[in-house]
Write a protein of this length. Structure first.
Ligand code: G6P
Ligand code: MN
Length: 445
């Protein structure tokens, strides 16, 4: 008999969940499922996404049951895969992260700079609590985790759930960039074979091979990207700040003499520029709240009111979602032991021999029934090693600070962050963040 999988989505009330549900519909022949449970601690948002999911499945996937709950036992009992994408403190706290950083003269992004630090300190306890619950009710479930800041979360889950190879931390940015590069070469992503190294939101493509000919297309892509005309975003469902980010890639590529940098490096390598173009009173969190977030929930309301997707903007045709596709494809590769390649976070045990043992590096991996196994990458050059060791030390200290409740380590972490780099500023930031995060952070002594 054909095996049908049961999925739980932690962060079921997220604006990303409708996309994942649509992707599950899209992949139903390849990856058959019998049940999706949405789990969230915010009953109201969850109900909207849950009702939408029930309508979607009734119309396009009647064999799949949709349940939504705020009860961990109900959510995680007898589950095969947990897709986790929670945002501890939601966008309101993201706004605080970003604005407190700006107040102290630093760029405070969602996952990078001091913003990422503050979010990490909220995310670690929240993510760990959910994993504990999953392990209580489904000890063997695969946990595919998107929750940010993924680098810090990965370092924490590695330590707290030592040896649990069924927790896999992923990010859709490298694969999203690969999609852009495929477009540049007039190819599909799946025709390309990338080589990539770094930490999450802190990495570089070193080669992009054409699978058929073996040719390395990276030099060509570099040339095209650095000479790209201005992109205005027209005709794409994309916010202004992302248009800015994609345009800035041209400069980042020109300035790096060999690789293709991940766009998130802009915050660490160009912090002054990032700070100067950000509005301290209207940051990315505001843009998301007023844009994508609002739009998604309005569309859900429309579907719920009509009781059907028919004729609504969120009809199942809109299923080309990289974010959702990536997590579902990874689950498929694990479930069916396909040995496909993915870019994911793994413990460094010789993958990059001149980076610290055990660091959570983001590299190309083989995904199969055993989880993700990294391909050996090799040694990296001095510039990258210096940057990555500094960044990893910052991430490690952030996790230490959170797990040990150490004020001093939190201060050291922020001091090491390239977007801060100054002890008094780090202290002032930390004190403001402690005040703002009373309901979320562990107490720091
Ligand atoms: C990319 C990153 C994610 C990030 C997302 C949304 O996909 O890989 O980690 O959360 O973008 O960022 P935004 O600023 O649009 O909320
Ligand atoms: Mn990411």
């Amino acid at each position: 008999m054909e095996r049908k999988f049961r999925i739980a989505i932690a962060g079921g009330g997220s604006r990303y969940t409708p996309g994942i549900l649509r992707m599950l519909v899209n992949r139903k022949e390849r990856f058959p499922i019998s049940k999706v449970v949405l789990y969230d601690n915010e009953a109201e948002r969850q109900e909207k996404v849950g009702k939408y999911g029930q309508i979607l499945m009734k119309e396009y996937y009647p064999e799949c049951e949709v349940v939504y709950t705020t009860d961990a036992k109900e959510a995680f009992t007898d589950i095969d895969f947990v897709f986790m994408q929670i945002r501890a403190g939601r966008l309101k706290m993201r706004e605080m992260d970003e604005k407190i950083a700006m107040k102290h003269g630093c760029i405070g992004q969602e996952t990078c700079g001091p913003g990422g630090f503050a979010y990490g300190m909220r995310s670690i306890p929240a993510v760990c609590k959910i994993i504990e619950d999953v392990r209580k009710y489904s000890p063997e479930a695969w946990i595919l985790n998107y929750s940010n800041p993924a680098a810090i979360v990965a370092e924490a889950t590695k330590r707290v759930f030592k040896g649990d190879h069924r927790i896999i931390n992923i990010c859709d940015m490298p694969i999203g960039l690969l999609g852009i590069y495929a477009y540049v070469c007039q190819k599909e992503s799946k025709q390309l074979e990338p080589r990539y190294f770094g930490l999450n939101h802190f990495g570089w493509f070193t080669h992009i091979y054409d699978k058929k000919t073996g040719e390395d297309l990276l030099p060509y892509i570099r040339k095209v990207v650095s000479n790209m005309p201005e992109f205005d975003g027209k005709g794409f469902d994309i916010d202004k700040s992302w248009v800015e980010t994609f345009n800035f890639l041209r400069t980042m590529v020109k300035d790096s003499d060999e690789y293709l940098p991940n766009n998130y490096l802009q915050y660490y390598l160009y912090p002054k520029r990032c700070f100067s173009i950000e509005d301290p009173n209207y940051t990315r969190a505001n843009e998301v709240m007023d844009g994508m977030e609002k739009k998604t929930f309005e569309m859900l309301d429309e579907v719920i009111e009509k009781g059907s997707l028919e004729g609504t903007e969120i009809g199942k045709e809109q299923i080309t979602d990289g974010h959702a596709g990536y997590i579902v494809d990874l689950a498929y590769a694990i479930a069916f032991n396909t040995s496909e390649k993915f870019i994911a976070m793994c413990e460094n045990h010789g993958t990059i021999p001149n980076l610290p043992e055990g660091a959570m590096v983001e590299v190309v991996c083989i995904a199969n029934g055993q989880g993700v196994e990294p391909l050996t990458f090799g040694e990296i050059g001095t510039f990258y090693k210096g940057l990555l060791e500094n960044q990893y030390a910052y991430e490690k200290l952030t996790v230490d600070a959170c797990l040990e409740g150490s004020y001093h380590k939190a201060w050291q972490a922020l001091t090491l962050n390239r977007c801060v780099n100054d002890m008094p500023t780090a202290k002032a930031l930390l004190d403001d963040y402690i005040e703002a995060n009373k309901d979320y952070w562990p107490e720091l002594k």
